[in-house]
Ligand binder design. Structure first.
Ligand SMILES: Nc1ncnc2c1ncn2[C@@H]1O[C@H](COP(=O)(O)OP(=O)(O)O[C@H]2O[C@H](CO)[C@@H](O)[C@H](O)[C@H]2O)[C@@H](O)[C@H]1O
Length: 819
């Protein structure tokens, strides 16, 4: 819904069958407002175009009831506490000035109208102050700044320009109130902050609409504050809350009241001088201006042009965020992120979970190394220096904005040309890369303006992934929170695979620049590794919350077999651990929209066209692989890393049985050289039936998923597994070892009830695989109806990230309120 771009409409919001008894016009600035009184329901309605915006979003919050409108009036008159329910304004039976009941409904309505006029007058006053401030800001922008001014303006990059006479965040973490007194950031204020965080999202608009925008924003803020705090909350409006801005920056999450603690660095490090502060942090340059010199020239931080911002002539009316009051700033930090970099499932998750969180209304950023010269990235011009293992290295920050998510790329030579070998190099190399990456990532919310505005560190959660970024929760604590910085920032560590832990000799501790007393977090002993340095162990202890990618794996991690030496720690941190099954990117991995199915004889298909589309993809795959093109032969596939985890050797053991059947088999993978060779050998030995594709090809992974009938996943352990989810979404039937996330997601087929999604076997052994696959083939050949039922059930599941994102949100909130 869009509001008109002309002068605001003065018609009231639709209350269905009701006609207003009284209507009066008032104006705020150039904007006319109507005040309407409905005696039948005792409702008072303030309206103009923008008011409808607010009331419609409130209506949504309140199940589209007219209560939403009443709620707005509640806030506008600031007396809801005296009314029978906080959501409904029964104005006709209350005297709004005294709170006493009045026998004269007309009098009460008149009082409400008077009160409403006062509120509107107050708004007008606010608008004037804002206009003044805007003039001031633009005159500052137009003047050449001396260095002190420049630093000040840079410190305001989070958008928190104070309104003259209005509250601003000060160094003590308090918010100055309207009358100059100070409000500590108390629970009370946090309530207001939560409410402010939850304001609906509006699109950015051309600057000539600024005044209108400000009215919308003021109304949003007023209407979202708690009734009794309505005036208090007005006194907390920051200039950033009313500045026109890019739509994603207007999300509630960016309207933090908490101060950005980088401004407190000096004071707090003085206070805690005994605490360890690494050299790079202590150096003033590392937290100075956001704008830094680029090639000797002062450079403006790059402001991203939102593609749809320019096109928007009027207000995009959006419903309030799904996350409601839980809207936060979320920064996902990962060593890989699809589509730019991917070696496996982590890349998929880092590329798609953020988008689902953004859809819920969070302001979301992903930080990932810049391994190659990716197209479409902008150099932000920001440069920082970090010390790693005694070396002082410069980092540049690139960025782009896709599907509501800010993607920030950490750039340094050490990452370049690594896209084919992200985790390559010797032990020291990778330790250095990941340490450097984490040191730079943790300061991104201070230094890198996305859409012109830094995230800041209030209401912020980092989500680190696997051992590569498990240093981040440790640095957050050791460098910042122990020094009174980023005190409202939280960290979550996601376990995608505990088998890789960042182990090394104890001496490695001296390469990661931490105070001595942090050694205990890293030091581990086990019979295999002896005494060693373990990054995953430290991250798990330091993170505020831990997530793993399925319920089954969360349980397995606590066992000796599943914990890979970390089961002791996992059991200790059980209280802060949650299992959340991954979702899938339903645009990227959908047979209907899959871009890899649009050529070479493949075709997109949906559940409606399954019976024609999938056979067409099967024929195209057989043709592309050089296998006999036959619709009746079951085509079986495997996609994955060729290593012990994925159990491709178990398939190898079953090959003699398989080739004795009338089947075709395609295996796609890369990894251990002996297993790669094994794939080639199988192809050579059984050219009419087997294809072994050695390599990493996203296109082939999609085409195989669409073209095969059956997907094998005999993984020895599988934290979640994405291929079985993709398979089910494409009407391909999984046959899996019932472990970890595979057990959670592949419900075994029950022929009596015609339920379930595939076949499972209970131990990672070839004979078990053969037994399960035998039953699967029998159903494929002889029970076509059951087969189709399996396909349809798989395809109609909701495998999207939306549900998982909701669960992640619960964890974000738990972390936020945890100390
Ligand atoms: N040769 C190849 N060519 C093209 N694409 C290939 C490929 N080999 C694998 N892939 C792709 O890589 C992804 C692998 O996903 P998995 O879930 O199996 O992840 P992986 O074990 O890497 O990750 C870990 O993290 C994920 C995410 O949490 C968990 O699901 C998983 O259990 C855990 O082991 C899929 O998208 C797959 O198509």
């Amino acid at each position: 819904m869009r509001a008109s771009s002309g002068s605001p409409s003065i018609s009231g919001p639709s209350l269905g069958f009701l006609l207003p008894l009284r209507r009066e016009m008032v104006s705020v600035g150039s904007l006319p407002f109507t005040i309407e009184a409905y005696t039948e329901t005792s409702m008072i309605v303030l309206s103009n175009t923008y008011h409808r915006t607010v009331s419609s979003s409130l209506k949504q919050q309140n199940q589209r009831s007219a209560e939403g409108v009443g709620f707005l009036v509640d806030k506008m008159v600031g007396r809801s506490g005296k009314w029978p329910t906080p959501l409904r304004a029964r104005a006709a039976t209350s005297d709004l000035n005294s709170g006493q009941r009045s026998d004269d409904p007309d009098e009460a309505i008149q009082a409400t109208i008077e009160k409403s006029k006062k509120v509107l007058a107050m708004q007008q006053q606010l608008l004037e102050q804002i206009a003044e401030r805007r003039k001031l800001v633009s005159s500052i922008k137009g003047t050449s700044l001396d260095s002190k001014e420049e630093q000040n303006s840079n410190e305001q990059m989070d958008g928190s320009f104070p309104i003259p006479g209005f509250p601003s965040c000060n160094d003590e973490g308090t918010v100055d109130s309207l009358n100059g007194s100070s409000l500590p950031v108390s629970n009370d204020n946090l309530d207001v902050r939560k409410q402010l965080d939850a304001v609906p999202t509006f699109s950015s608009r051309p600057s000539d609409k600024n005044d209108e925008k400000q009215v919308v924003d003021l109304k949003k803020i007023i209407s979202s504050a708690g009734p009794k705090d309505q005036l208090k909350s007005i006194s907390k409006i920051k200039y950033s809350d009313v500045l026109p801005d890019r739509k994603d920056q207007l999300k509630g999450s960016s309207k933090k009241i908490l101060p950005d603690s980088k401004h407190q660095l000096k004071g707090s490090s003085k206070k805690k001088s005994s605490d360890f502060v690494p050299a790079f942090l202590a150096s003033k340059s590392s937290y100075s201006a956001v704008k830094e010199e680029k090639n000797g020239q002062p450079s403006e931080p790059t402001l991203k042009v939102d593609s749809d911002a320019a096109e928007s002539e009027s207000v995009d009316v959006k419903p309030s965020p799904l996350a409601g009051v839980n809207v936060m700033n979320v920064i996902i930090v990962a060593a890989e992120c699809a589509p730019w970099s991917k070696t496996g499932g982590l890349g998929d998750v880092a590329g798609s979970l953020p988008k689902a969180l953004a859809r819920r209304g969070h302001r979301v950023m992903v930080i990932v190394p810049r391994y190659a010269n990716y197209a479409g990235l902008q150099d932000t011009g920001v440069r920082k220096r970090y010390k790693v293992d005694g070396q002082d290295l410069e980092v540049a920050f690139f960025q782009t904005y896709v599907d509501g998510v800010d993607f920030v790329f950490i750039d340094n030579n050490m990452f370049h040309h690594r896209e084919q070998n992200i985790y390559g190099g010797d032990h020291q190399d990778i330790l250095k890369r990941m340490t450097f990456f984490c040191k730079a990532a943790v300061e991104v919310p201070w230094h890198v303006p996305c859409g012109g505005v830094c995230y800041g560190d209030g209401n912020l959660v980092f989500v680190a992934n696997d051992w590569h970024t498990a240093m981040l929760p440790v640095y957050l604590k050791a460098y910042y929170r122990d020094n009174g910085l980023m005190i409202f920032t939280r960290s979550i560590l996601v376990i995608h695979n505990i088998a890789h832990q960042g182990r090394g000799p104890v001496d490695d501790f001296h390469r990661v620049d931490l105070p001595e007393h942090y050694m205990d977090l890293f030091k581990m002993y086990d019979p295999v590794g002896g005494e060693h340095f373990n990054i995953f162990a430290a991250g798990l202890k330091a993170a505020d919350r831990v997530v793993t990618v399925s319920h089954g794996y969360a349980w397995e991690l606590k066992t000796i077999e599943g914990g890979w030496g970390l089961h002791g720690i996992i059991n200790e941190i059980d209280w802060k651990m949650t299992g959340i099954v991954n979702g899938i990117d339903s645009k990227e991995w959908s047979p209907q929209y899959d871009i890899h199915l649009t050529s070479d004889g493949y075709t997109n298909y949906s559940i409606e066209t399954l019976q024609t589309g999938k056979p067409q993809c099967k024929a195209a795959l057989q043709k592309e692989l050089g296998l006999p093109v036959r619709e009746d032969v079951p085509l079986i596939g495997f996609i994955g890393r060729l290593d012990h985890q994925k159990g491709v050797d178990i398939i190898a053991e079953a090959i003699p049985w398989m080739v004795g059947q009338d089947v075709q088999l395609v295996l796609l993978g890369t990894g251990r050289q002996d297993l790669e060779q094994m794939l080639r050998d199988f192809e050579n030995q059984h050219r009419d039936k087997v294809r072994g594709w050695v390599g990493f090809s996203v296109k082939m992974a999609h085409r195989i998923t669409a073209g095969i009938d059956i997907l094998l996943m005999p993984s020895r352990f599988e934290p979640c597994g994405l291929n079985q989810l993709y398979a089910m979404n494409y009407g391909t039937i999984p046959v899996v070892h019932s472990v970890g996330g595979l057990r959670d997601t592949v419900i075994p087929f029950d022929p009596f009830n015609e339920s379930g999604f595939g076949w499972t076997f209970d131990s990672a052994e070839a004979n078990k695989l053969v037994h399960a696959l035998g039953n699967c083939l029998l159903t494929y050949r002889q029970y076509k109806k059951s087969w189709e039922g399996l396909q349809r059930r798989g395809m109609t599941q909701d495998l999207s990230w939306d549900h998982a994102a909701e669960r992640y949100e619960e964890v974000l909130v738990a972390a936020k309120y945890q100390w």
